[in-house]
Design a binder for this molecule. Structure first.
Ligand code: SAM
Length: 316
């Protein structure tokens, strides 16, 4: 797809470039905030699976920069933003970057160390595996990322804090909802307007972190496994038999963002500059080491190889 054609078919992609966001995902976090006011009072935040960095940009613009530019700004009062991804990311003002795998305990330790004994007010996780198109498989891998995120949450989030995590809606959505409800009394699944209807993605907005009494983070996986089992944990609204029958759980699901605003599934005409032609902007910050980099290098090398072969056969 050409740049202009993508600009036409993806209004949030175009708007992201116009507003200086590295990815259209920025609008998802902004629209979640419009509905849930997630940044209120936030001083410390963890951005899991952050590359190329549009959510970190939102955190920097909403939290760090206003505090830095305030008349009484002091370094020790500035918000702490820690961003983690497998991929390296170009720098963002006020964001500490950690390159690592969130499913690895070592990464969690590095994050915890940055907080130096203090706890975070907010953890966000926009993690996504490379999608295979096999829904069950994609949903499973996605749920592993959320559970890795939840593990970090149990170590770094303060009581009363919030956790926002990307989910893939599927047959295990109710299970995930009940698992999250063990730790958060209020869990809403939100679909921002900038997330396409055709996509199974949604976001779990988990409020007021309240781990069970006497909870030890080491017991997380054992506790999660008990959810939904006959001898399971019944201290949420997910009582035994929650999948069907009279106790069936109904998940609060909310569309968010200005519902009269741009529709991510629609094409919009391209604005012409001074009545002339449309000028497509370049992406704000292309990924600096994307996983597909090697494939592009190989493709380029083989195209060059073919050209050389062609020239040889023309010469002979
Ligand atoms: N929120 C980002 C933004 O606004 O720019 C976009 C995140 S992108 C949809 C998903 C990211 O998840 C990718 O950058 C990928 O490298 C990261 N990711 C996937 N699995 C991961 C893992 N196990 N640990 C850390 N990052 C991971």
């Amino acid at each position: 797809m050409g740049k202009a054609s993508r600009d036409k078919r993806d209004i949030y992609y175009r708007k992201a470039k116009e507003e200086g966001w590295r990815a259209r995902s920025a609008f998802k976090l902004l629209q979640i905030d419009e509905e849930f006011n997630i940044f209120e009072g936030v001083k410390r935040v963890v951005d899991l699976c952050a590359a190329p960095g549009s959510w970190s940009q939102v955190l920097s613009r909403k939290l760090y920069l206003p505090a830095k530019l305030a008349p009484d700004a002091k370094d020790e009062k500035l918000p702490l933003i820690v961003a983690i991804d497998l991929q390296p990311m170009a720098p963002i003002e006020g964001v500490i970057q950690v390159q690592g795998d969130i499913t690895n305990a070592r990464t969690a330790e590095v994050v915890i160390r940055h907080f130096d004994g203090c706890k975070a007010d907010l953890v966000v996780c926009d993690g996504a595996p490379d999608v295979t198109g096999l829904h069950d498989m994609d949903e499973f891998v996605q749920s592993q990322l959320i559970l890795a995120g939840l593990t970090i949450v149990t170590h770094v989030l303060k009581e009363g804090g919030k956790f926002i995590a990307k989910i893939f809606r599927g047959k295990d959505t109710s299970l995930l909802y009940c698992q999250l409800k063990l730790f958060f009394p209020v869990v809403t699944f939100a679909k921002p307007k900038s997330s396409r209807n055709s996509s199974i993605e949604a976001f779990a907005v988990c409020e007021n972190y309240s781990p069970p009494e006497g909870f030890n983070p080491k017991d997380l996986h054992r506790l999660l496994e008990k959810v939904g089992s006959p001898s399971g944990v019944d201290d949420t609204d997910c009582v035994s038999g929650w999948l069907e029958g009279p106790n069936k759980v109904y998940i609060p699901f909310l569309a968010c963002g200005d519902l009269t605003g741009y529709d991510s599934d629609r094409s919009y005409p391209l604005p012409k500059v001074d009545g002339g032609t449309y000028q497509s902007l370049d992406p704000v910050q292309p990924p600096i080491a994307p996983p597909y980099k090697r494939a592009l290098e190989l493709k380029k090398a083989s195209t060059q190889g073919f050209k050389e072969l062609e020239n040889l056969s023309l010469d002979s």
